[in-house]
Design a protein around this ligand. Structure first.
Ligand SMILES: Cn1cc(Br)cc1C(=O)Nc1[nH]nc2c1CN(C(=O)N[C@H](CN1CCCC1)c1ccccc1)C21CC1
Length: 347
């Protein structure tokens, strides 16, 4: 009787659980072949019930969204009862805990983080997606204190494009836009801008602009759009918050305007670089070569195998090699003792 864990334990050494949410848990793991750390999100299909489509949504979105500030999906392993999503490991944990530990961030640090969040969300919108659940719990810190966006279970890619109205009310109430909590139809990208405004406020203040234990009272406050401005907020940040936390979505700052907002440019003087540095279209030649040698096949053959993007071990190895190119570590694949044959080669 094969257990649901057979395939994943052949290739990964499962370690401690770093998080458990409603229908999923996340375990730290080591990719045995390369020794690289990964995070594996484990879901039980039976427990998921009618939440199963959320997982399909997340997998489809994460396959399309490859960006330096989005947590990379490496591999998906589905068994009779389980779905395993092998994802990029972020050793810094959630931004939420980072803010709580520091009480609130200095303006320069808040700006540095917020530029990365804007970069990720601008990219998602460019690809026709809205995240719809932006909050500090969904932003993880990697080993270089860079932010990685996670949890695309509520992401939406309206067929009619980003102008299409959405209906489903979702995400966390404190970060939800007024038009969303009023049950009106809304534009996903406009709602994301509001949530980013709440996020920026949380970074700069260490507490939420709209808060109440009673959800109905919370919604009233959001719809009124009135919030405290602590005395430590600078004029530039007050101005930006005011433009993002506009109750009327048509008066709210757009992503285009946000990308060249003076407060975000302060100290950087270069526009926010939101384009992906690691699009799948353009394979990294060194990684292809390394894998071709490892698998004892031609580069051409290796490249076409990678380009199938089957989100199997080949995809994992490619992304792990690519990540190491970026952070300067040279990951060398252990030369196989025996050349690959069809049988065990998977090629
Ligand atoms: C907390 N922590 C401490 C250390 Br050290 C590393 C971590 C950590 O979480 N690292 C980490 N790397 N990669 C991931 C994680 C966590 N993680 C997550 O996807 N974490 C989310 C966190 N969500 C935020 C709001 C509700 C739950 C999660 C989703 C479902 C179940 C459990 C956790 C991934 C897989 C993408």
């Amino acid at each position: 009787m094969t257990s649901d864990y057979d395939e994943v334990t052949q290739r990964y050494r499962l370690q401690e659980t770093v998080g458990s949410g409603g229908f999923a848990k996340v375990k730290l793991a080591t990719h045995i072949l390369t020794g690289e750390k990964v995070a594996i999100k484990i879901m039980d299909k039976r427990a998921l019930g009618d939440d199963l489509p959320r997982v399909q949504t997340e997998i489809k979105a994460m396959k399309e969204l490859v960006h330096q500030h989005i947590c990379t999906l490496y591999e998906v392993i589905e068994t009779s009862n389980k779905i395993f999503m092998v994802l990029e490991y972020c050793p810094g944990g959630e931004l939420f805990d980072y803010i709580v530990a520091k009480d609130r961030l200095k303006e320069d640090e808040a700006r540095m983080f917020f530029r990365q969040i804007v970069s990720a969300v601008a990219y998602i919108h460019h690809k026709g997606y809205a995240h719809r659940d932006l909050k500090p719990e969904n932003l993880l810190l990697d080993e270089d204190q860079s932010l990685k966006l996670i949890d695309f279970g509520l992401a939406a890619k309206p067929k009619g494009g980003m102008k299409e109205q959405l209906e489903t009310c979702c995400g966390s109430p404190a970060y939800a836009a007024p038009e969303l909590v009023s049950g009106k139809t809304y534009i996903g990208s406009e709602a994301d801008i509001w949530s980013m405004g709440v996020l920026l406020y949380a970074l700069l203040c260490g507490f939420l602009p709209f808060d109440d234990e009673n959800v109905a009272h919370l919604y009233k406050k959001i719809q009124k759009g009135e919030y405290e401005e602590p005395r430590w907020l600078t004029p530039g940040s007050r101005q930006l918050l005011k433009q993002m936390l506009q109750v009327n979505p048509k008066k709210r700052i757009t992503m285009k305007e946000l990308l060249k907002n003076p407060w975000l440019l302060q100290g950087f003087d270069v526009p926010i670089d939101w384009e992906s540095k690691c699009e799948k279209e353009q394979l990294n030649a060194d990684c292809v070569t390394e894998m071709a040698v490892f698998n004892n096949v031609s580069r051409k053959e290796m490249a076409s195998k990678i380009k199938k993007w089957e989100y199997d071990e080949t995809t994992t190895i490619y992304f792990l090699l690519l990540a190491n190119k970026y952070n300067g570590r040279t990951l060398r694949l252990p030369l196989r003792t025996k050349p690959l044959t069809e049988k065990n080669g998977k090629l």
